[in-house]
Design a binder for this molecule. Structure first.
Ligand SMILES: NC(=O)c1ccc[n+]([C@@H]2O[C@H](COP(=O)([O-])OP(=O)(O)OC[C@H]3O[C@@H](n4cnc5c(N)ncnc54)[C@H](O)[C@@H]3O)[C@@H](O)[C@H]2O)c1
Length: 267
């Protein structure tokens, strides 16, 4: 018996790193997982899950391509959709001094996956998440969007990556309110350094052992995601949940709601 028996989850960017760990941990809790990636290795991840007795279907699909997204979500929707993990993401240096050609190419690359891809995936899945009556959208963001912690640590050469993740704050805030009456919760996990191919790729050669030792593991973050989803329909919504190296990786207490802004019609 798993805590997610009978549920169906979508995880994007699941060929490696955090997405792979999310898919494997969600499956270990009993849910069927639909996973996608632009890399064909996503098929191996699904095969591994099935070999371990889980249910998984893989799709080579690009979250920044609308027809890929529609086909992928339509396939998953045959089982209903209870959980959407918007994990697929790209990171790169984007110096503000780049020429226009490079700047606009970087903009398309980063924003189309990290931001527009989340819009595509979520808009396609939301009608099905509403039907679930216990739906969850979890954005995989970064601690860059948490101002108190990012002071001094937000790399200066990643303006587009940072902006793409700050953009997710708008989706989290808006969709959490819009979807609350339908028992769909919308939260973001905002981590620091986690040992994945993306992070290792920032180093020329092997990263220093003491740095690696300090990093969190994808499985720790996946555990956080399971705990978040398992709060159930009465759990928190609209939160950015941080996780940092050097402190226990666990769900913090639910935040107090902000004071309501007056003068703006809610509906
Ligand atoms: N690793 C970290 O330290 C860290 C920290 C904060 C946030 N994050 C976020 O976590 C998420 C996962 O990162 P990771 O470290 O596992 O990276 P990763 O590069 O190891 O894995 C990302 C996966 O997403 C896939 N992908 C990229 N673009 C895609 C697209 N358009 N459509 C479908 N799949 C696509 C890649 O092929 C890859 O398999 C990202 O959103 C990243 O921004 C990572």
């Amino acid at each position: 018996m798993g805590t997610l028996d009978g549920q169906t989850a979508i995880v994007t960017g699941a060929a490696q790193g955090l997405g792979k760990a999310f898919a494997e941990c969600i499956s270990a809790e009993g849910a069927k997982v639909y996973i996608c990636d632009i890399k064909a290795e996503v098929n191996d991840v699904a095969e591994g899950i099935r070999d371990n007795g889980g249910q998984a279907e893989a799709f080579v699909a690009d979250v920044s391509n609308r027809s890929d997204v529609e086909n992928f979500v339509a396939a998953a929707a045959k089982d209903g959709i209870d959980i959407l993990v918007n994990n697929a993401g790209k990171w790169k240096h984007t110096p503000v001094t780049s020429d226009w050609e490079q700047t606009l190419a970087d903009y398309d690359e980063i924003i189309n996956t990290n931001f527009k891809g989340v819009m595509y995936m979520s808009r396609a899945a939301i009608p099905h998440l509403i039907q679930s009556d216990k739906g969850n959208i979890v954005h995989i963001s970064t601690y860059y969007v948490l101002p108190p912690k990012s002071n001094g640590t937000n790399p200066p050469l990643t303006d587009l990556y940072s902006a793409s993740k700050w953009g997710l704050n708008g989706f989290t805030a808006a969709w959490s309110k819009t979807l609350e009456p339908h028992n769909v919760r919308v939260n973001a996990l905002c981590m620091g350094a986690t040992d994945t191919p993306m992070l290792r790729g920032l180093y020329e050669g092997d990263p220093p052992a003491d740095a690696v030792d300090s990093w969190m593991t994808p499985e720790q973050i996946a555990g956080l995601l399971i705990d978040l989803v398992n709060e159930g329909p009465d759990g928190r919504t609209g939160e950015n949940i941080g996780a940092w190296v050097g402190v226990p990786v666990e769900l913090p207490p639910e935040q107090e709601p902000h004071h309501k802004i007056t003068g703006i019609p809610v509906e």
